[in-house]
Design a binder for this molecule. Sequence first.
Ligand code: SF4
Ligand code: FES
Length: 372
Amino acid sequence: MSDAAAQSLIEPPLGLLAELTHRCPLACPYCSNPENLDRRSTELDTATWKRVFSEAAELGVMQVHLSGGEPTARPDIIDITAHCRDAGLYTNLITSGINVAGQKLDALAAAGLDHVQISFQGDAAGPADHVSGRQGSHARKLELAAQVTGLGLPLTVNAVIHRGNADRVTEMVRFAVDLGARRIEIAHVQYYGWALRNRDALMPTPDQVRSSTEAVERARADFAGRIVIDAVVPDYYARRPKPCVGGWGKRSLNVSPAGKVLPCHAAETIPHLTFPNVRETSLHEIWHHSAAFNAYRGTDWMAEPCRSCDRREIDFGGCRCQALAMTGDAAATDPACELSPFHARMIAMAETAVAEVEASPLDTEYDYRRFL
Ligand code: SF4
Ligand code: FES
């Protein structure tokens, strides 16, 4: 196939996750940022970020997720938001909720911000502040949520689920409804980046996974029409993997604080891939022609059992980063799939982690991720 023909088969990305900075006022043990965080001195400057967003719009991106770390730690966040609006991009601020309420949110709304997603570590201050590693954080999030809905901006609550809060899914959904959120993400921890360090302390028990899954189904019925509930089942207890990032190089791309362009947030854990940087290469070039984005695009790279599986265009073989972490081969079937020869090992790992730690969540010692 000619290069032009191959290029025409590559769909444009829908979303771009812009990690504007890795700096963050919170210290969540389940952070999905990499262990080697980008220093402030290496972050892209304002002009480069603006160019990136203009290139993204030209490439076909519809939505940008302004994320981090804490994206509002950047003094140019309002300027960047206004630029995205002018480029015709839908802007979603993914925030810890600290130091945003008040004039900053008013200015962001005036600059054209379309949507706010706040991560909540629980539905009550004590346990939530324990997980975030910062006293008073829950109260500041509540203040921000009230201002968001007061301004008429759509609000999503992001609730990361782990052993310490897996029994409170129903309460989390009710909490989000009471906040006026339109959507809640019930997202079990994904064990990449920093979160992998805390896997044993965060892993829910099989009973918790079952009951939290049932709680989601009950809540969908009880709160139908009042809130949209998106739920992600934990990989270690799945029978089939999720289509990680909607398929490698298919729907989205990430830009790191220092400008590396990645197909997913954990892609740098794959050592044989080299990721281009927006400082040297355009987004168009990277999306269509980089070896990193083409490495696991489509299905040609697959081996058995994925190659002949009728789900290969549905889940794209699952997560490349998890396949690497668990099997040593990024091109292997994700062990979350029960057709993977490594699936039993993954289940055993989850069971061992749970058996080794007493189920006393609030006494759990976390390895907090601190980076200001
Ligand atoms: Fe998905 Fe591969 Fe498992 Fe089939 S074998 S369900 S394509 S991960
Ligand atoms: Fe990298 Fe899933 S996190 S492909």
